[in-house]
Ligand binder design. Sequence first.
Ligand code: ADP
Ligand code: MG
Length: 700
Amino acid sequence: MSEVTELFAKNVFTLGKMKERLPKNVYKEVVQVMEKGGELSMDSANVVAKAMKDWAEENGATHYTHWFQPLTGITAEKHDAFVSLADEDGHMITEFSGKELIKGEPDASSFPSGGLRATFEARGYTAWDITSPAFLKESACGVILCIPTAFCSYTGEALDKKTPLLRSMEALSEQAIRIVRLFGNKEATRVTPMVGPEQEYFLVDTDLYLQRSDLMFAGRTLFGAPAPKGQEMEDHYFGVIRERVGSFMKDLNIELWKLGVTAKTQHNEVAPAQHELAPIFDTANIAVDHNQLVMETMKRVAIQHSMRCLLHEKPYAGVNGSGKHNNWSINTDNGINMLDPGDTPNENLQFLLVLACIMKAVDTHADLLRQSASDVGNDHRLGANEAPPAIISMFLGTQLEDVVKQLVETGVANSSIQGGKLETGVSTLPDLVKDATDRNRTSPFAFTGNKFEFRMVGSSDSIASPNTILNAIVAEAFDEAATELEAADNFEEALHDLIKRYMTKHQRIIFNGDGYADAWVREAERRGLPNIRSMIEAACALTTDKSVALFEKYGIFTRTELESREEIIYETYAKTINIEALTMIDMAGKQIIPAVVRYARTLADTVNAVKAAGASAEAEIDLLNQVSECLTIAQRAYSELKYRLNEAAVISDAKEQAFYYKDSVVVAMDALRAPCDELEMIVDKDVWPIPTYGELMFEV
Ligand code: ADP
Ligand code: MG
């Protein structure tokens, strides 16, 4: 075995390890529950818990935790040592029961609940997600056994991102099975969404990071003039990986492999100091867990390399931001990827039905998809001046677009455009077999061969919500199609009719052109596609009648849960912008403005000295005037921002407050940044109090 295969999943209590360590009947019961649902008996749970603890202790674990994903978007853990009652002789023993494995009861009052509970109603429960394996986390804390769990309130509402995701996976499976049955597949018993998220991130030197309170508190720069060089040379993308970054990536991979995360692809991204990591796709809930581990491990390993990992969507103005491409497909347990069109999609009726359903789902619930990809940082990307636009559209590529066109126009599709050969023109190079379809970089929801790539998701965000929404909306479309087709007298005819009808009605969602162009914004408006520009404008998509009906029908969210989530969005937005604004006030008031005042003073002294020496001091006076002018503007903007923050603080309605932050505070922040960035460009570098963009991005 190679080092990697030996390392892989070393810290995971895999099915293989369970098979080795559990009695046959208990192992069978575990597999049964994983595959078919239901509950483990308490006796079996005790056996599993004992085996898990033994394994964990053999690997140095002292504590366990129910690892969960509250609505903060990150993970939470509270460690409990295995040690238990000392016996009469004063000895400690270690224990871990089935009950402790299956259920936890963290005091949950300080997690966001969006009004679901008052702070005095503290009780929350965590429940073991048996389909995601337990693992050992190694850190300065020692070794901790982590048990992936879902997190609910005392009254049963989901307080996390995991529970709705699991519910949506069940809904999708149930409806997708009906679809494959229509085509004679009797073997499949379950259909699973598979997800592969590509994670983008930035690295920055720790010493420089620690000199920037904006990076420390907000995760992004709130000031900063552009460096003389940005990404215009396009020399970073796929460029040679620098030694320091390479050594970080090497250690990161090892840590991830130990956790069973299939880290596979790594490369430099478009912006300087920006990189990407992609794992091999996995079952949606495991992919969600793993992506959390990826983000966490990136941060931890970066620190070991005297760097910090920035997961923010827009750490630096003027260069590319970071996203997370969420690759999604649906697979049956007898090995069929329902999104695989085959070589001749026009003949693959099951695929065409699935495609028609997805077109319908995405068009009908574009607002929900948009919402699922919004977070505060992503407002700087979506619909701002970079990829992808805030308008949801689907890219199908030349081949499928042509098939859809044939179906819409004539009701039948007789052919599929084929890729052909790409002649390299060099006799020693092989001719390449060309894909039938080129890629489209600007589409938010692109078909890429046998999966859809949802490209709107923010780099720092959990991928739980986007996948919950995808599963839910497609489940609904499958359900409606299956209901109609199951009742049809003539299946073939009804199928053709339905595919044509769905595709005709929802073809407006297809767009194969340049998603960045202004022309698309106008065209989308003409087509009636929503263009939702910000996170807080997207929030209300959760509680429309259409949305509540969808989620309640499939038991994914109750209306109350949806309302609470909308509320949390407003709160999160307001709090985040508040922190950013306070950080700006701090930096401007205590660092930037004082430094410029000192610089102006030196300039003034110079002017006097030069004049006293008999010269005109024209250049010095000119510079001094420029500096004073910018300083005056900065000082006014600084006061204005403070004033608006005070105004924001007294607004009691969460939604109203969030909109005040967006429309008033953010505007004032921009107004403060502009003169400060201008000053940075004219003030002596030696007096500038914080590291520059050039240093942050190029000294890694
Ligand atoms: P690119 O950057 O060219 O889009 P990458 O190889 O970086 O492609 O990432 C593609 C991601 O999609 C990987 O995480 C990969 O595992 C995942 N993926 C591939 N096939 C599927 C599939 N059928 N379903 C879901 N995800 C997939
Ligand atoms: Mg991609």
